[in-house]
Write a protein that binds this ligand. Structure first.
Ligand code: IMP
Length: 181
């Protein structure tokens, strides 16, 4: 079984990556070391920089996942600031910002960065389109899952098993897996 070090402190991301990659015979091992997060408008350079920094620091091949929720009516906010907004404002405040908006469209994006020590990073992007719900629904998943609707049900309602068949993270990990192969 191939092993991959995943540098993340996010338990939701870890659980999903473990489940998705286990089906491909890859064991995901968490590393909590962390990495500096660049301030950028796009997730790709953040993931690339983090993967390279962590691989060089830990002296082993690593994978990172930088992800975010891009709400169309808010010009892509919170996007690269998704972690900060989730920690400091939370889903209810995001729903409040969306109160008078009829355009509910949103895109979840995950960028997997991979790098070997001394090497150049590669990135794999996955996206999924949906809508911002009017209230939190469902107890599955993590983070923004209870307010992100995919074909009428929130990711929180769909639960991990279904979410992992179609999520942004699944789509990015599929590309990563094809490249590894
Ligand atoms: P970062 O990738 O560490 O910058 O953080 C991304 C933010 O988006 C964190 O607050 C995550 O909890 C949140 N997030 C990322 N992926 C998902 C997801 O699949 N569902 C819900 N929230 C997510």
């Amino acid at each position: 079984m191939r092993k991959i070090i995943f540098v993340t402190g996010n338990r939701g991301k870890l659980r999903e990556a473990k489940d998705i990659l286990a089906a491909k015979d890859i064991e995901v091992i968490q590393n909590n070391h962390g990495y500096p997060e660049l301030q950028e408008d796009e997730l790709e350079p953040i993931a690339a920089y983090g993967a390279k920094w962590a691989a060089d620091e830990l002296k082993m091949p690593v994978m990172v996942d930088d992800s975010g929720l891009f709400i169309h009516a808010l010009n892509g906010f919170p996007g690269p600031y998704s972690a900060f907004v989730e920690e400091n404002l939370g889903n209810q405040r995001v729903l409040k910002l969306m109160e008078d908006e009829t355009d509910r469209r949103a895109t979840f994006k995950s960028v997997i960065g991979y790098c070997e020590p001394g090497g150049e990073p590669v990135v794999f992007t996955g996206t999924v389109d949906g809508n911002i719900a009017y209230e939190e629904r469902g107890s599955g998943g993590f983070g923004y899952d209870p307010i992100f609707e995919y074909e009428g049900q929130t990711f929180g309602e769909l639960g991990d098993a279904v979410k992992n068949t179609l999520s942004h993270r699944r789509r990015a990990l599929d590309k990563f897996f094809d490249w590894l192969d």
